[in-house]
Design a protein around this ligand. Structure first.
Ligand code: PFF
Length: 450
């Protein structure tokens, strides 16, 4: 319990870490493909509205609680209230967050392992090891275990390094590379035939779909997943933030960067799909839908890369490096949720806590790998579509009702002394108490239950 807590060394360090968490496979794969299969720009529009109206206020709730309490998610929610009943609820919500973060990490590890396998395959193709390439691109339990394991070890070694020496250092190194790779790939894909057709598909809205409940729940789930909300990630990152920083401003930066990169990733993925079609690759399934699931990343795009001639393996290497980087800067934030709890609640050192928890989560990934059909989709659905929005509601209620108003104001004043005169203070406190939870619930009910 006596372990000193880490802290981000600078504003930019926090921004890199928090955007690193937010920008992940959800941005580069999830957002573009959801857009493509949900009416193009209609989805983008709904997403933008939900991200600003519901996800940003919820993000602020996490940042405020985190920095106020300066502790892991369970203690943070438990200690806000003196009332015993509310305290128990807080501890319960905190534990749910820890479990959901761990479950998200367990499936994320599997998907990230695929990315690493394809990254390695691009290298083996460049050096001409074709039998290795064949094995690396064939779905198999052994391959998935090995590469999931490598990814888990990568994640653990960064988290073992602590807040400044691990999370901040690696996010600050990797995020600029991610942006450079993304932009370079867009420039290249745009020079290819068929790209403009993709751009049109991406940017022209099919407004007929805008009120489709499926579209709305997809956009809500995507917004919460993309901003890493509901599971305590942002709360914990906020707890490592200096009192000199303005929370509303930093929260806005993280939201805008996350949305910006998701949108930019669409400028790569959707045109790439249409370039693939131009090169003779099949991009629609037998039912006539655009191929958007794993087959997009592991069949359509690889076929595109191989149709590109000599430069193909290099483009493929850049693409899977982009995916792997996006994955690791997000996975570290998920692992930090249980690790920070263990380090602050037990005598274990950070290294030991990281190794034990990382291994347990890898064991869960292994169970999913061996029961793939039954578990993979189920875990994703339960964690991202149900748990994240519902826990998001709980966090809004804690920030709005349980955290005392004077504490809330004092916390927001840190780094933003004139907060009382801002629009933010006039709107957000009431908003996070009533409107935000009600709107999330309504959207959720309308789309899932009704
Ligand atoms: N935001 C990440 C992405 O878009 O891929 C996923 C994520 C990270 C979800 C961290 C939840 C989390 F706690």
């Amino acid at each position: 319990m006596s372990t000193p807590r880490g802290q981000f060394s600078s504003r930019i360090g926090f921004v890199m870490a928090a955007t690193g968490s937010a920008v992940g496979l959800g941005n580069i794969w999830g957002f573009p493909t959801q857009t493509a299969s949900n009416g193009g720009a209609a989805f983008v529009l709904v997403y933008l509205v939900l991200a600003f109206l519901l996800a940003y206020p919820a993000l602020m709730a996490e940042l405020v609680i985190g920095r106020h309490s300066r502790s892991n998610v369970v203690s943070a929610l438990g200690d806000i209230s003196k009332n015993n009943g509310v305290r128990k609820i807080g501890v319960g919500v905190g534990f749910c967050g820890v479990i959901v973060a761990s479950l998200i990490l367990s499936f994320y590890t599997i998907v990230a392992g695929w990315m690493l396998a394809y990254l390695t395959e691009s290298a083996t193709t460049i050096v001409g090891f074709s039998s290795a390439s064949e094995w690396l691109t064939t779905q198999g339990e052994t391959r998935n275990l090995i590469f999931g394991g490598i990814f888990a070890v990568l994640t653990m070694s960064i988290i073992g390094g602590g807040v400044e020496g691990g999370i901040e250092k690696w996010s600050s190194r990797l995020m600029p590379i991610l942006i450079a790779l993304l932009l370079a790939l867009i420039v290249y894909v745009m020079t290819q035939k068929g790209a403009t057709e993709g751009l049109k598909q991406y940017l022209l809205p099919d407004l007929g779909q805008i009120s489709d409940p499926k579209l709305i729940i997809s956009a809500l789930g995507q917004a919460f997943f993309s901003l890493s909300l509901g599971v305590g990630t942002m709360l914990v990152y906020g707890s490592y933030l200096s009192k000199d920083e303005s929370l509303p401003r930093l929260g806005a930066i993280v939201t805008v960067v996350d949305i910006g990169i998701a949108f930019t990733a669409g400028l790569l993925i959707i045109p790439a799909i249409y370039v693939a079609q131009h090169n003779g690759v099949q991009i629609y399934s037998e039912q006539g839908n655009l191929i958007a699931g794993p087959d997009l990343i592991f069949q359509v795009l690889p076929s595109l890369f191989s149709s590109m001639g000599a430069i193909g393996p290099a483009v493929s290497l850049a693409f899977f490096a982009l995916m792997s980087i996006a994955a690791v800067t997000s996975s570290i934030s998920m692992l930090e949720v249980p690790v920070s709890l263990a380090v602050e609640k037990t005598q274990a050192s950070r290294t030991k806590a990281t190794a034990i928890i990382g291994t347990i989560i890898l064991a869960i990934s292994t169970i999913i790998i061996f029961n793939f059909e039954a578990l993979f989709g189920l875990v994703i659905k339960v964690t991202t579509e149900f748990s994240q929005p519902l826990l998001g509601i709980a966090l809004c209620l804690f920030a709005g009702w349980v955290l005392r108003r004077d504490y809330l104001l004092a916390e927001l004043k840190n780094g933003h002394p004139n907060i009382e005169n801002t629009l933010f203070w006039k709107i957000w406190p009431a908003y996070v108490r009533i409107f935000c939870p009600a709107l999330i619930l309504l959207t959720f009910y309308h789309s899932v239950v009704a």
